[in-house]
Design a binder for this molecule. Sequence first.
Ligand SMILES: [Zn+2]
Length: 210
Amino acid sequence: MAAACHLPASAITDVLPQWFASRAAACDDLAASGRLQPGDAGCLAALTGVTEAVPCSALPALAGTSDGRPPVRATRACWRCAARTGCNGPVPVHLPAHQKACARHRIWTGRAIQADLASAPDIIRACQHAWRLARWHGITWLVLAETTARQQANDAAHNRAMVSQRAAALAASNGVDPEDPDIAEAARYPETIARAAVILRSAARPGGPE
Ligand SMILES: [Zn+2]
C-alpha cells in the first residue's frame, strides 16, 4: 500500500500498531509476529484514503481469518504490472499459491528473479493448464499435487533434454544463470504440471470434475 500511495513504508507503519512494521520488514503480512486488533484495517484505510473493504480484500492478513481463504504465497509483483501503476521498486504481494507467472505480461514471478517467458511458450501453456486444474480441483489440491510431482523427479532422458533446453533459452533471453533456482523451477514447470494433472486425475473422486 505504501508503494501504491508513493510513500516510504515507514510513513505508514510509524502511525500504525507495531505489528504492521514487523510484518512489513519481513515483506510478509502473514508473518507470525503481532496480532490483528479491531480497527487496524480501518486505520490503514483512513490513512491511505480508501474504504476499509479495499485493504481487507487485498491483504490476506487483514481478512481476519484463514478459514475459506485460498492459499497464497509471498512474492514480488510482476515488475511490468507494478510499473503500470507508477511503482518502479519491488512491491511485495501475496499471489494465489499456484500462480507462478503474470498472465498479462507472461513473466515468471520467482523468488528472486522475474523472467520473460517469450522464449519458452510451453511454460506459458503449462501456466494456463495450471489455472484450469486449479479451477477444477481447487488451489490447495493443485499445490499438493505439484509438490508430489516435483518429488517424483522424472528421469526420462527426453524430459531432461527438454528441461535443459528451456533453461538455456530462458537464461539467454533474460541474461541470467541457467542454474538459478527460479530458472530451474520454470524450466521444469511443464513436466511438473503434466505430472500434477495425472496425480489429480488419479485421485479424483467418482463424479468429480475429471
Ligand atoms: Zn504483469
